[in-house]
Design a binder for this molecule. Structure first.
Ligand code: SAH
Length: 281
């Protein structure tokens, strides 16, 4: 994606980095989806972007195995949310991405799943556009897709799931999200709730209150696609209890098609051993 530079913008400061004398390099920001955890779910384009990175700015959901695909010389910066130490505000991250790119660096902003699904990638893209910095987006496998695949439960299914909706369980203010519960309560559709563990009781209550049957099949998937993936098969009414033991990132999935889901013991995430992909640095 090329960005139009605002009119009358002063010439961008360019820093010469190594190479031939007088060589000028323009930096760019790459918003890259790292997928839900399993490095095999990284796209080839994401791998290429990582291999070309001068700086990798990543959040906490990205594994070391994936970060190690960047050149050893690339600078790694974690902007993960931390309880004790300083965590970066979104505006600080935006500024950092723009500043590095303006120094002529190739900046990979690596995010769990897909950058545009509850990943705040849109805000970073806007910041780049405002600064006249090139910004490219590389999609990733969002957690819901891996969760459905590993459970053997399709998110859409002829006859029982004619639509799938991804919703957030948290509003920006930290309170309950303002969703169209009446519409989400209709049968024969799948609702995937991101960031909904702590609000599971409220969400289940809203859906049941708006008319969705408490007996609707539901699935909680923790650490989807990782070695410690765990699935709990339940019902909409059982969601609050099912989320009690959850410690890692988890999705709540509600819908008739979740009747097809298999418990963790019966379906481990598929691991491909062959052919080995040469992940060259
Ligand atoms: N951009 C990410 C979502 C970021 S929001 C994506 O596309 O997947 C963070 C939320 O995503 C977590 O609270 C959790 O609900 C969900 N999530 C991310 N990775 C997950 C995983 N491996 N397993 C289950 N849920 C996950």
């Amino acid at each position: 994606m090329r960005n139009r530079k605002p009119k009358n913008e002063p010439a961008r400061r360019l820093v010469v980095l190594g190479g031939a004398r007088g060589e000028r390099r323009e930096g760019a920001v790459w918003l890259v989806g790292a997928g839900p955890g399993d490095p095999d779910l990284l796209t080839i384009k994401a791998l290429k972007a990582l291999q070309g990175a001068d700086v990798v700015v990543h959040d906490g959901l990205v594994s070391d195995e994936i970060l190690d695909l960047a050149p050893a010389a690339a600078r790694r910066i974690s902007v993960a949310k931390r309880k004790s130490r300083h965590s970066y505000a979104q505006v600080e991250i935006n500024r950092m991405l723009v500043a590095f790119a303006q120094e002529g660096l190739n900046v990979v902003r690596l995010k769990g799943g897909d950058p545009f699904i509850f990943g705040r990638g849109g805000e970073e893209l806007e910041a780049c556009r405002e600064a006249g910095v090139d910004c490219h987006v590389v999609p990733g496998v969002t957690a819901a897709l891996a969760a459905g695949a590993n459970a053997g439960a399709p998110l859409t299914h002829r006859g029982s799931a004619q639509a799938v909706t991804f919703v957030t369980g948290h509003a920006a203010s930290g309170s309950e999200p303002d969703l169209d519960w009446e519409s989400l309560a209709k049968a024969n559709q799948t609702v995937v709730i991101y960031m909904g563990v702590s609000t599971a009781a409220g969400i289940a209550g809203r859906l049941i209150g708006a008319g969705r049957a408490g007996s609707t099949p539901a699935l909680v998937v923790e650490n989807a696609s990782r070695a410690d993936e765990r699935r709990v098969l339940t019902t909409l009414a059982g969601l609050p209890a099912a989320t009690e033991q959850v410690a890692g990132p988890a999705l709540l999935i509600v819908g008739e098609a979740m009747a097809l889901a298999l418990p963790t013991e019966e379906a481990a995430p598929a691991v491909l051993t062959e052919p080995k992909l040469e992940l060259r640095r």
